[in-house]
Design a binder for this molecule. Structure first.
Ligand code: ADP
Ligand code: MG
Length: 316
């Protein structure tokens, strides 16, 4: 059995009348890239802040590395790397000196620290920016600096709170690759995001949150098996009559057929050859067919079926 790195049991956090976390329990094992996926306001940052004892809470127990977490548990904190949602670096220090400062909080040996700082710089790809001040960095590069500051001391547990929000695609890829690399190097990772594709791409296990509650948990494969959707077919087709739409909706394994903006969307549950049957109906009626897609379920479909609403994906 792998060791448990984080254990959260029955966590309740209230902000006045608002229950931000409602009996949340999580167990994260060594070596996982654990994803906390949920829309804005679902309680991800509150969870992280409680976990780190940066925020007091109303009920519940938190253990990290098998020990009770508290604001003064410095022995636990030194083995944690934190990358907060809001970038926190020193404006008056260069890229190199920022990383050196944060690394120096934990690593006192100068030679070792130099090596660690250089490794962190290479790791986020900031080699050409060592002497730059944060002001001169683009948003994506600033995020990468923020990450380097959090991981330079080689912590055993790395927590990243939405590290890719409003980041250009190149930096985003760099960040995601970096997280996988840290994990391969032995770190356990907690990753929060409202981007389902990212969570799917890098997380070994995922907890889906909504309104302060965990609504589902598992690997992406397990989560997708929890829902009835197995395939969504989308077909561009003009002038589809209600009668034909109805015919499609009555095909075996089809539980939803919608027609909007010249696109027919057909959701299926199980069965084989669903696409062929749908196309068959359209061809029988001599309709001109444009682009055709068949999509496997996404975590968005999981969120949609469980909560009744869409997990907004690309809003920024
Ligand atoms: P997420 O990180 O998933 O976007 P948060 O943990 O930031 O969610 O917020 C969870 C809920 O708690 C939201 O409804 C948010 O408005 C509320 N909230 C967060 N911080 C505070 C605070 N300091 N005071 C009052 N309400 C807060
Ligand atoms: Mg947040």
């Amino acid at each position: 059995m792998e060791n448990t790195v984080v254990k959260i049991d029955g966590l309740v956090k209230r902000y006045k009348d608002l229950t931000a976390l409602d009996h949340l329990s999580l167990e994260i094992k060594e070596g996982e890239v654990f994803g906390l996926l949920g829309p804005n306001g679902s309680g991800k940052t509150t969870t992280i802040n409680c976990l780190l004892s940066l925020l007091s809470f109303d009920k519940g127990e938190i253990e990290i590395f098998g020990k009770k977490m508290s604001p003064t548990a410095y022995d636990i904190k030194r083995d944690i790397g934190i990358i907060m949602q809001n970038v926190a670096v020193f404006e008056e220090l260069t890229v190199y000196d920022n990383i050196d400062y944060f690394c120096g909080l934990y690593i006192t040996d100068k030679e070792k620290r130099k090596q660690y700082v250089e490794e962190a710089i290479a790791f986020v790809g900031l080699e050409d920016f060592k002497k730059f001040y944060p002001k001169k960095l683009s948003g994506g590069l600033l995020r990468r600096l923020n990450i380097a500051c959090g991981v330079a001391h080689k912590p055993k547990l790395i927590i990243l709170d939405e590290p890719t929000v409003a980041v250009d695609p190149q930096s985003r890829n760099k960040i995601l690759e970096g997280i996988e690399q840290l994990n391969q190097g032995g770190a356990t990772v907690i990753y929060t995001s409202h981007y389902m594709e990212e969570v799917e791409q890098i997380c070994t296990r995922i907890a889906i949150m909504d309104k302060g509650k965990k609504v589902a948990e598992g690997t992406k494969e397990e989560l997708k098996k929890m829902i009835k959707n197995t395939e969504t077919i989308k077909i561009e087709v003009r002038e589809l009559t209600e009668e034909i739409r109805k015919k499609v909706s009555e095909l075996p394994h089809v539980y939803l057929a919608e027609y909007k903006d010249s696109q027919l969307t057909v959701a299926c549950s199980g069965g084989k050859h669903n696409l062929i049957r749908v196309l068959g109906v359209l061809q029988e009626n001599e309709l001109h067919i444009g682009r055709v897609y068949s999509e496997l379920p996404t975590l968005n479909d999981v969120f949609l079926e469980i909560t009744g609403k869409a997990l907004r994906d690309k809003e920024d």
